[in-house]
Design a binder for this molecule. Sequence first.
Ligand SMILES: [Zn+2]
Length: 461
Amino acid sequence: MNDILLYDSLSNQKKTFEPIDINNIRIYACGPTVYNFAHIGNARMAIVFDSFVRLFRAKYTNVTYVSNITDIDDKIIEAAKELDVSIDELTQKYTKIYNEDMSKLNVLPPDVQPKATEYVKEMVDFIQQLIEGGKAYEKDGHVFFHVPEHAAYGKLSNRAFDQQLAGSRVQVSNIKKNQQDFVLWKPSNENQPGWNSPWGFGRPGWHTECCVMSEVNLQIPFDIHGGGQDLIFPHHENEIAQTCANNNSENPEDYARYWIHNGFVTVDGEKMSKSLNNIILINDILGNYHGEVIRLALLSTHYRKSLDWNEHLLYQSKNFLDKGYNFLKNNSEIEVLEESKLKHELSTILCNDLNIPESITFLNKVLKTTAKFSLEEIKSVLIFAGEVLGLFHDNPDSWFQKESKISLSEKNRIENLIKQRNIFKAQKDFEAADIIRAELKQAGIILEDTSEGTTWKVENS
Ligand SMILES: [Zn+2]
């Protein structure tokens, strides 16, 4: 297989991947903070890194992938309070849902999925070491990283000194020596989760969590550190500062060699937000679409670019998968080749910074001109693509069975019935509206009326 080329956000260039230890490629990606259902932005990160891991596994014999769960965070504390449930109950519930949703998207479980709350002792030791090294200081139960003590600060995000103020929103800024200093430990009151520490009862800061969980599970330096693009600053910058400062290094590569970031997800051109009421949850769309359709839709734009989510992406993805599954269904007896020209061509495309959109164009062309190739060649390249892209994992027969359960004409029928029901509702003919609802329910379709209109999903899926 070819060398793998990666776009490294640290050096801002595409580089040939050279492993630290060819017998164990080590990758860390920052996982979700669990206080709600996963949205398509969370899923894109998980799918992109899962595809990277699959590509590395196709080339190297051993890959260790660590992706954490942040189960202690101010957002979690707020959500638990709002819902009047315990923090453990909330985080356990959403961790389970996250993992179930990701599994339906063919995201393989990470080799290690550390939870922040299980590493607090190591975090306390890590912070203590920073204090002893003169890189951090304690003030009123808080511990801050002292940014001026780390000359290399800002190398990943290339931020000028006066732009490094992400921490300034912290209310305790009057007790910091410098506005850029960021919090490593903060005090908890009796109603907040906390642990005993040399600085009193409190909890760790988010950046510290990832430093510790990555180092404990992978040893430093490891090969690849990644996450969503929004994590470059301050999260990854602050992770680098702490880990490098603790090792008297000014070179972020002493923490991780390559830094990879996936782009944002927008919905019909807008950023997802609570106020716009346009947050798309994986759990909801899984009711209407097969996980592979959603997965491919989220991979349809190059991982570094912003992806604009819309229904069309789902149709396009389903269309491609139908073609692939159709070929596999009609050629179930054909053997798969170990080596083939098409497989080599596809691997060249994927090894070029995981160029999935180009790989789909390539496969579409192959499926359009099947007469040009042997059936063995075509089947082999589809199976190989499926391994790296996390597709074609279903049995071709059941793919079409599941899909036929909800065909395009069926979807149109549902949409038309909903329109008709809305007309009845507007005319205050609730009896007629209820008959439509009942009729759809009988067919296994559940309607949900929201302030944005009526949505539907397949029952028990
Ligand atoms: Zn992280």
